[in-house]
Design a protein around this ligand. Sequence first.
Ligand SMILES: [Zn+2]
Length: 272
Amino acid sequence: MSDMVDTPAGRLPVVKMDRRELLMGLAAGTVVPLVAGCTAHNEALGRSQLMIVSDAQIAQLSQQTWQQSLQQERVSRDAGKRRQVERVGTRIAQGSGLTQYDWEFVVFENDQINAWVLPNGKVAIYSGLLDVVGNDDQLATVIGHEAGHVAGRHAQERASQQMAAGMGASLAAVALDQGGVDNAGMWAGVLGAGLTFGVLLPYSRRHEYEADRLGADYMTRSSYRASEALTFWNGMMARSSRGSQPAFLSTHPSDAQRMQALDAHIRASGYA
Ligand SMILES: [Zn+2]
């Protein structure tokens, strides 16, 4: 079950592996535990994550990917749209408390209903998405959810899982020993594949639940109405059932169960 994916470093196989497969691989010896300290506790999620990529590597690759995107896409000159995204993005960034990132919010002139984030806090919002959000609260839903993926370190986790699955432990250990960004045709490839989650490939179900929960928290802390998140996602799903799947829904798969979980979180937290 391996697809190919285009990354900044070329075409790469994508190894899809969930926790159960990873554990089975560990048990069968096909996946060897890497090195001590390859998991990290994530405060925002309240759980540990496999984390064998360094923040420096991720930051460097994110920046490269961002620069490429700015060249390849058409950056919008629409002052109104830019102001809206800047206004909502800044408020979510501050409200979320994720001030360690160098947040940037850019509008791409593109009819696709889409948005994505890179792990270094660079957020792309497509004009097609702005055309369908009903208000700032719904835009805050998108940005808050994306910020949730950043805080959840979801791209890094996926890249780490891919490395563990695809490269084998010894190779990864050697790469780790040699330390970092220098030797990195190989690293760039695997990390690049990790970065494409949320840009080209769907996040996992677990990551969606986590980003939903954090997104609703960030919306509330930024004085947006979290209940508008349900309006937004239900609207996306309605489009999908009418036969035109928004690109945003392809990378952030949604269904009734996910909405129930989000609704339950909003109610249990007493959010507006
Ligand atoms: Zn998502």
